[in-house]
Design a protein around this ligand. Sequence first.
Ligand code: SAM
Ligand code: SF4
Length: 325
Amino acid sequence: MVDGYNREIDYMRISITDRCNLRCIYCMPNGVSWVPMADILTMEEICQIAAVGAALGIRHIKVTGGEPLVRKGCCDLVRMLKGISGIEKVTITTNGVLLNQYFKLLLEAGIDGINISLDSREKETYKRLTGTDGLALVMEGLRAAAASSVCVKVNAVSLDLGYDNCQRMLELAREYPVDVRFIEMMPIGCGKQFLSVSHEKLISRIIQDYPGMAEDYRVHGSGPAVYYQIPGFQGSIGFISAIHGKFCQSCNRVRLTAQGFLKTCLCYEDGVDLRNILRGDGSEEEKRRRLEETMKEAVLKKPKAHCFENPEKMTEQNNMIAIGG
Ligand code: SAM
Ligand code: SF4
């Protein structure tokens, strides 16, 4: 699919639940009310949309949430998505708490990559950020994944937790064959209350401690991270700077919420309700055609760029957990 600015859209992030077993302070507010299960797409409905997406040129699917591994049948869904003609890669992003438990099933389902979200290796800091004591479980999952042939990335939001915290995080790439990426905080929902550390300053500080660090131009996936290599490290260090290094001109993605709303940009509420089509009248063939037309139209109207640098212009009011990060 090509959008109105000639960008090839071949990547769909699919949120399969708005539930989560953590309470990250920048993502999930207290007292959040869950969407009734009847309003959430079934696994079969998700696959119907993915199949239409694949026919239109979607090649990579990222399964997300909420926490995708809390939804029963997540690993079966990965297998079903992998079986869709045209889909080349199915990856998942998880907080890692249930990863060790489901890792074998994910592997058997054919998962192509695992992103583990982890902001701190300090027990107390982890607890303060997530509201739980799950760090040891995340590390178990990380070790299991890193010992396999699956591509593993650790994503840390660039919260101002001190340089020592960043350093301990990046050292994961020395200890394990995983890429560690720092991701600028976006002013979405509760994220508005938190500032990111400057990646420019962080990179200069890291270079002081690791003078051999050099830019790594190898392709690491389809995302917008800028990577560095440090001698002696097994993985690379990446920086995703959505605000200070705006990369909208090469944006390749759309997002499907757990309720079946296709969002074309994180920053705006623009998009189309695909669930209505799936659950509406008409034969399977008519619905497939309607889905195809609606998705193409939505992609053509995909906004040119986000406006995170001017949050007052944003129209998206939901938290990341509701959108599907
Ligand atoms: N629960 C899964 C996880 O944590 O990976 C998947 C969903 S979570 C919303 C996906 C990613 O979004 C996580 O890496 C999280 O840190 C990130 N995230 C949440 N709110 C954010 C914000 N305001 N800005 C940047 N990243 C955010
Ligand atoms: Fe849950 Fe992921 Fe949001 Fe944390 S970032 S609350 S793990 S959905």
